[in-house]
Design a protein around this ligand. Sequence first.
Ligand code: BGC
Length: 762
Amino acid sequence: MTNSELSAFSAADLTLEEKASLTSGANFWSTKAIDRVGVPSVFMTDGPHGVRKQTGSGDHLGLDDSVPATCFPPAVALGSTWDPELLVRVGTALGEEAAAEDVAVLLGPGINIKRSPLCGRNFEYLSEDPIVSGVLGSALVRGLQSQGVGASLKHFAANNQETDRLRVSADVDIRPLREIYLRGFQRVVTEAKPWTVMCSYNRINGVYASENPWLLTDVLRGEWGFEGIVVSDWGAVNNRVAGVAAGLDLEMPSSGGRTDAEVVAAVTDGSLDEAALDTAVDRLLQLAVRATAGRNPDAVYSVDDHHALAREVAGRSIVLLRNENGVLPLAADASAGTIAVIGEFARTPRYQGAGSSQINPTRLDTALEELRALAGGRSIEFAPGFSITTDAAAATDAAALTAEAVALAAASDVAVLFLGLPGDEESEGFDREHLELPAVQTELLDAVLAVTSNVVVVLSNGGVVRVSGWADRVQAIVEGWLLGQAGGGAIADVLFGSVNPSGRLAETIPVRLEDTSSYTDFPGEFGHVRYGEGLFVGYRHFDRHDLAVSYPFGHGLSYTTFTYSDASVAPVAGSDASGDLEVRVTVTNTGAVAGREVVQVYSTVEGSTVIRPERELKGFASVALEAGESAEVVVTIRREDLAYFHPIADRWVVEGAAVTFAIGASSRDLRATVSIDLVGDELILPLDADSTIGEWLEHPVVGQVLGAAMASAAGAGGEAGMFGDPAILKMMASMPIGRVASFPNSPISSEALDELINTVNV
Ligand code: BGC
C-alpha cells in the first residue's frame, strides 16, 4: 500500500484481532505489521545519546551488541551546555544516524528532573530545573525530528529514581507535580511535538503511569494537545486493558499475544469501549505514515564529522568549577615544565552510563593520548594511580600504584588527576548509596597533595560527587561528567585552552548528601516515595534554607571574565504587561581571550500569596564574545512560566504582582535586578459554606457588600458585635462561614448564606 493509501486507512478497515495486535509490539523493537492490508511495522531503538540498534537478540538493559554509532555526550553533559542551538545540532546528527540505520523512532530524550543526586540514572537526565530540561529537551527533539525520525520523550512522568522503579508510587502534590515534574514535558510536547511519549514504569499518586487517564489523556492530550502515540516503557504495562482505556497506544515489547487476547476479550464482553482501541489504532496508523514518509534509503552520515561534533559538544559541556592562580589553561610549551597525568580514567575513560542507553562507539578518544597530541612538546608522564577493575585478582596493589603516582607528581611541575566514579556505581536499574569518590582515589589525592600543591582534578561522573573536604586544597577542578566517545579530546582542549570552558552546572553540587532536599524521603519505603520537599527541589531548596553549597546551580568559570550592565525588562514588542517579557542586559568580555557566557534570569514574585521558592530560573541565553566585545543579550520570559498551578481552580494562574528578575552568572552570582508589575489572571473561586470568612471577604464581587453588612450588623450588639472589631475579625477570618451562620445572633443567617451562595456562584 502506498503512503497516501495508508493515510486514508483507519481502524474501521481492520478486524478486532488486527486492531488489538497493532497496539502491542511484534518483538523487542518493532510494532506489528498487518500484511493482509499492507500496514508496515515501525522500528524503534534506544536512545538517547546515540543509536543503539541491535541486530541480534534484543534487550532493554544494554547487554547485547549493537551496531557502531557515535556516542554523543549523555544528557548530564548536554544539560551543562545550556545551549539549545547546540542541542538542535546534536539532535540533527542523531537523526542522521538513525535514518542511516533505518530507525523510525529513537527512544529519547529523557528529561526527568534530578530530584536526588542519588538517582542512578541522573546521567541520562538534563537538570534539576524544569526550564533547563524543557528548553534543551525541546531542542533535541526538534533536531532529531528534522531528519524524519521520531523522538520518544521519556519517562512520563515522575520517574525520579531507579529503586523499585517498576512499582513505586511517586506521591507528589499537584503543585510540584505540575510546576517541577511536568513543566518540562509540557514545554517539549507543546513546542517540539514529539512523535511519541514514553510513559514511565512507576505509579503516580497510586496509579500506574501506563494506565493513568488523567496523565495520558486529560493532561497530555486534553491540555497540551499531544497528537502522537504513547508507548509504554519496556515492560511498564500492568493492565493492558486499563492502559488502552487510559490512553496508552502501544505496549512494548511484545507480550507474545497474551495481552492482545485480553484486549479482544474486553472489547467483546463490553468492559473496554472499542472506540478507545480504535483511537489508539488510528494514532498508530498515523505513526506508520510518518515513519514511512520519513524513511530515507539514501541516508548516510560521516563518522568523522560526527566524532568532531561529539568533541565540540563535549568541550561545551565541561564545567570549570575552580581555577586558582590561573593554573589553567596549561601552556602547550616545552619550557612550561613537565605534566604528570595521574588516574586510570585518563587512559580508560568513563564516557557513558550503564543500561539501555549504552552505545557501541565508532571510536574512543582517551584524554592521555589527546593531551599528548596537544602538549606542544611538553613532557607528559602517566601513572594510573588506582585500578578500576572489578576483578580482584587482576587489580594491582593499591599501595604500589599510589607510590608510583606520588613519585611522578613530586617530579613534575603540575599534576593532573583524573578521578571519578567507577562504572558499576551508576547505572539504570539501581540508585547510588552515597556521593563519595572511592576512598582509594581520595587517599591518592591526599598523598599527591602532600608532595605538590600544583594539582588539577578532572572528574568523570554521571551524577554529582562530594567535593567538599578536598576542593579548596587543589588549584583547579574540571567537571568532566560523562562526555561521550570524544570526551578525551574535549578534556585536552579545555586543559590546554583551545576551548575556553563555558559549561554551567544544571544541578547543584551540595556540601553533603544530608543537605539535599529529598534526603529523608528517598527512595521511599513500602512501595511509596513521598515528595515531601514539594517545590523545593535542587537550588530552590538550598536557597530556601540558606544552605551553603559546594558549587551552586548555574555555576561555571571561564578563562575570561564578564561584566553585566544596562539591565532592563519590558513586555515583548507589540505586547503589554499581560504578555511575554524580555529581559535585556549588556554583557562585556573583560578578559584577554574569547569566551562564552550563559546569562541566567531568576524570578521572585514580590508578596506572592502562595508558596514560592525564593528564586526560580525563568530563562537563559548563551552568548559568545571576543575579548573586549560587548553584546546586548535578550532573554525571553514566557508569561506561562511565571504562573503557578492553582490546585482548586485546577489551572495555571499568573499573579498580579511585582516580579523582580535577578540576572546573573549563577543562582548565587546575581549581577543586576529589574522589576515589572504583572497584570494578573482573573481568579474567582467558587464559594460555599465551607469557604472561610476571609475568603468571602476577599471575593471581588460580594466581598465588600458582605463586609459592610457584617459590620453594620455588628451595631446591633450581642455576638454579632464581634464583627465590628477588626482584631476579632482577623481571628475569625479562618472560620468557615457556614459555622458562623449557625451561631446565635450571627450577622448572617443560614438562609441568607444559602441565598448568597446561589448568587455568588452563578
Ligand atoms: C528504559 C527505557 C528504554 C527501554 C528500551 C527501559 O528499561 O527505561 O529508557 O528506552 O528500556 O530499552
